[in-house]
Design a protein around this ligand. Structure first.
Ligand SMILES: Cc1cc2nc3c(=O)[nH]c(=O)nc-3n(C[C@H](O)[C@H](O)[C@H](O)COP(=O)(O)OP(=O)(O)OC[C@H]3O[C@@H](n4cnc5c(N)ncnc54)[C@H](O)[C@@H]3O)c2cc1C
Length: 509
């Protein structure tokens, strides 16, 4: 019987990133998708800074940045005029190597991931559909429908449900997917057009309760219109045409359309699965959580799920950890998904609220407040950290320990950069490692050498303090670069105990 370590259902961005990470760690994966070819439409556009940081580990960041489009600014329009402008090209300066907002259409993104996967000898098995599965002792037995209509029974140690919002994995597990559905219909249109909003920047119309924005794409005159409609038009979503929604873009944002390359409507739900793990089966990406696309978080969160789970599965499969480690996947990711769904829901409801007060806030107060607020560095930094997912952390969770400087166990390691280089270089390795900023003990050096744990000792520099790192602080980093321990002690027993308590043997990861 065909047996893989991990059988991945779904070759969207989530499944593809999971397959890439696992393959890079030498895990045998099989990835199937019921469609005959990868998606050909742009769908999710924003690739957030945290995703780009993590993509460094897969050697993908440079290609995504080169082929995508950096958005220089966001503009807010009222009554056919721009009323506020928020520069974005260096909005996260000093916080990350990717201090900008990057647009890279999902179809191109998926093609890149598929190409990279091929380099590991892995091809997505197309026209292949998961029908059902069950857990059987030391594995999972699945039944697949093959391209010729035949059924195949196959075995895997673990099953990863990356099969989108209508996940068959989630349904087979009988896992609840509570939440709701927005009354508005979303539409997206990739267009070739002209006008003042086709200047490579982001434009948002504040005139009406229905959301409307122009997102720039790479290439002259290319952009994505994204908007919502409600009332009677939402009831005939299936037959809605671009002509039904385009007049507002033309009037309010002065868009002159030359060609519509893609138009689609879809209903958006805000839901989080009750569990992300049931035995040997996991839910990731849209299969686990869905929400409004406002804020460009959906695809990035799925990719984050994949990276969080990949190193844990690899460690368990290679004997570097007990299966208890896998419980931390749900703990860490469900907490973030619930917060994200609640936040995007609040923001979306505020932006699309109806009534005189809402109109007043959007058209009078917001244009006045946006420039004032965003002129404050602290506000810009907060916005960037939140949207870019660089603030996402696993503080207070079972794999996180200690505090040193401003950095807590569970945080993303802060980026520190000056003329002498940056502290992210060694993070390319998909392994546990220790960073020390300042001095450490001979015992620590000897222990790390003996246990093949990479140790980076940085001579103390002012830039580390600015980043919130502690002088002589030591930081044990997980393979996904989150801080496991933040401590001042240079006693390696702290690390030894951390691994022993959690059943982890790092030299296997
Ligand atoms: C029209 C549209 C516009 C969007 N715009 C945005 C946006 O602007 N910003 C944003 O953040 N997000 C947007 N999204 C959402 C974004 O595309 C998703 O969040 C993202 O694709 C989730 O990735 P995923 O890999 O988790 O799931 P998916 O991309 O849904 O991939 C799931 C895969 O599983 C496969 N599959 C399903 N069932 C089976 C089975 N039984 N057997 C085998 N294969 C199976 C499917 O064929 C599919 O390829 C948009 C979505 C749509 C549809």
């Amino acid at each position: 019987m065909n047996r893989s370590d991990v059988l991945i259902i779904g070759a969207g961005p989530t499944g593809l990133v999971l397959a890439l990470w696992l393959s890079k760690l030498g895990i045998r994966v099989r990835i199937i998708d019921k469609t005959s070819e990868p998606g050909t439409t742009s769908r999710a556009l924003a690739v957030q800074a945290r995703t780009l940081e993590l993509y460094r580990q897969l050697d993908l960041s440079d290609t995504v940045v080169q082929n995508g489009h950096k958005v220089a600014a966001a503009n807010f329009w009222v009554k056919g005029e721009p009323v506020a402008r928020l520069p974005l090209s260096t909005i996260g300066e000093g916080l990350t190597p990717y201090a900008f907002l990057e647009m890279y259409p999902q179809d191109e993104h998926e093609r890149l991931l598929i190409e990279r996967l091929k380099a590991f000898g892995i091809t997505v098995e197309r026209n292949t559909e998961l029908e059902n599965f069950e857990e059987t002792g030391d594995g999972i037995t699945t039944r697949l429908r093959l391209p010729d209509g035949q059924q195949e029974t196959c075995q895997a140690c673990y099953l990863a449900g990356c099969d989108g919002a209508r996940s068959i994995v989630r349904k087979t597990l009988d896992t609840g997917f509570p939440g709701g559905t927005y009354q508005q219909i979303f539409y997206v249109a990739d267009v070739q057009a002209r006008g003042p909003t086709f200047n490579g920047e982001l434009h948002v119309d504040l005139d009406e309760a229905d959301f409307l924005a122009v997102f720039p794409l790479a290439g002259e005159g290319r952009a994505r219109l994204i908007g919502t409609v409600r009332d009677e038009r939402a009831e005939r979503a299936e037959t809605l045409q671009f002509a039904d929604v385009s007049s507002r873009a033309i009037e309010h944002l002065k868009v002159q359309i030359d060609q519509v390359n893609w138009f689609s409507t879809y209903r958006v739900h805000h839901r989080v699965a009750d569990h992300f793990r049931t035995g040997r089966a996991f839910l990731l990406g849209d299969a686990a959580h869905v929400h409004s696309p406002a804020g460009g978080q959906g695809m990035n969160t799925g990719i984050g799920d994949a990276i969080n789970l990949a190193w844990k599965l690899a460690a368990v499969l290679r004997g570097g950890a007990t299966s208890k480690l896998l419980d931390s996947y749900e703990t860490e990711r469900i907490a973030f998904a619930r917060r994200l769904v609640a936040t995007t829901d609040r923001v979306f409801n505020f932006v699309t609220a109806e009534g005189r007060v809402a109109d007043l806030l959007r058209m009078r107060v917001a244009p006045f407040l946006i420039p004032k607020m965003t002129s404050l560095e602290a506000v810009r930094e907060f916005m960037f950290r939140t949207v870019s997912q660089t603030t996402l952390n696993y503080r207070g969770m079972p794999l996180s320990e200690g505090v040193a400087g401003d950095v807590h166990g569970g945080d993303r390691l802060p980026w520190a950069h000056d003329g002498e280089g940056d502290n992210f270089e060694s993070l390319k390795n998909l392994t546990w490692q220790v960073h020390v900023y300042g001095d450490t003990s001979d015992e620590m050096i000897a222990w790390c050498t003996e246990h093949h744990l990479s140790l980076q000792v940085f001579d103390w520099r002012p830039v580390f303090e600015t980043a919130g790192l502690a002088r002589n602080g030591f930081y044990l980093l997980r393979p996904d670069t989150y801080v496991a321990i933040a401590e001042y002690s240079a006693d390696p027993k702290v690390i030894e105990r951390y691994f022993r308590d959690r059943g982890i043997r790092p030299f296997f990861s």
